[in-house]
Design a protein around this ligand. Sequence first.
Ligand SMILES: *Cc1c(COP(=O)(O)O)cnc(C)c1O
Length: 355
Amino acid sequence: MEKIRIELTQNPKKKPEGDNLPFGVYTSDHMFLMNYDEGQGWHDPRIVPYAPFQMDPACMVLHYAQEIFEGMKAYYGVDGKIRLFRPEENFKRMNTSCERLCIPEVDVDFCVQAVKELVKVDRDWIPTAPNTSLYIRPFIFATDIHIGVHASHSYQFCIVLSPVGPYYATGINPVRIMIEQDDVRAVRGGTGYTKCGGNYAASLRAGERAAQKGFSQVLWLDGVEQKYIEEVGAMNVLFKIGDEIVTPALVGSILPGITRKSCLELLRSWGMKVTERRISVDELVGCAADGRLIEAFGSGTAAVVSPIGELNYAGKNYVIGEGQIGEVTQKLYDQLTGIQWGRCEDTFGWTVIVE
Ligand SMILES: *Cc1c(COP(=O)(O)O)cnc(C)c1O
């Protein structure tokens, strides 16, 4: 692959003041770009001043949503080192998404290198207050100018950076979740296992309805029988039933989260019993009703883990763990964030130091 060309901005933006960094609001001074053209492959990798794209109204992505993305973070450690968390996993997953959406794959090591270079250029944008981080958003979209359905012959790859505050500003608060009975997010043979924008478009309506009723997210059931638990919004879901951790198996309609994978590896290293299998909603609410459901939590890059204090299904509420964060959820949070900010030893070799 070619060397990454760097063009620095002449007009640096004013950085946000203080620790008030709501998710997704601010972007840094630079972005990474490269382009794909048939016959040429991925080419012209460059770091340039952050700027809008110019787009023809017939640009394919605007009509047929051939687009995928990733989400990861850079952490300013307690030792002053900048860490990434399992970044190669993100680009391997990006390639899985590429394959499903007929987008040409990328070179994993080169993309990790691109992230490192971009984070170095914008290192002053990494917030340093406790539990803040720099969110990294790589994405690819179709750029053929053609109002006709086909796989595009040209693509734009981009990485942007966004400083984000602590997910839990006032301590970890358990969330209220509604189990969705009408809409589905993913179907058998569909794109559920990929991070594509279209999955989110399809999930918005249920999310809006749940929010109106005071729930923070939707728990999805499978799209075939609407009977089995899949995942929550942008998080995978794990349960402590008795002394066993149970999570839905990755059956193709569920996004294989890197946080989920890391939680399972940690739990197994602690000698806990971990099972990946189908869990029906009836089994789950049955366990919640008779007290066997001890903990429930979501896992994802944004929140790390998010305890579920209450589930709603078919008009009935089920309170879990008296609405408090559970012991295992807390331990996973402490261990994962400890590794990410360099407070704990990284015995798994999960972190990549930026320089
Ligand atoms: C990104 C995402 C997750 C979490 O994945 P992580 O790699 O842990 O951040 C879970 N579910 C969906 C639908 C997602 O898009």
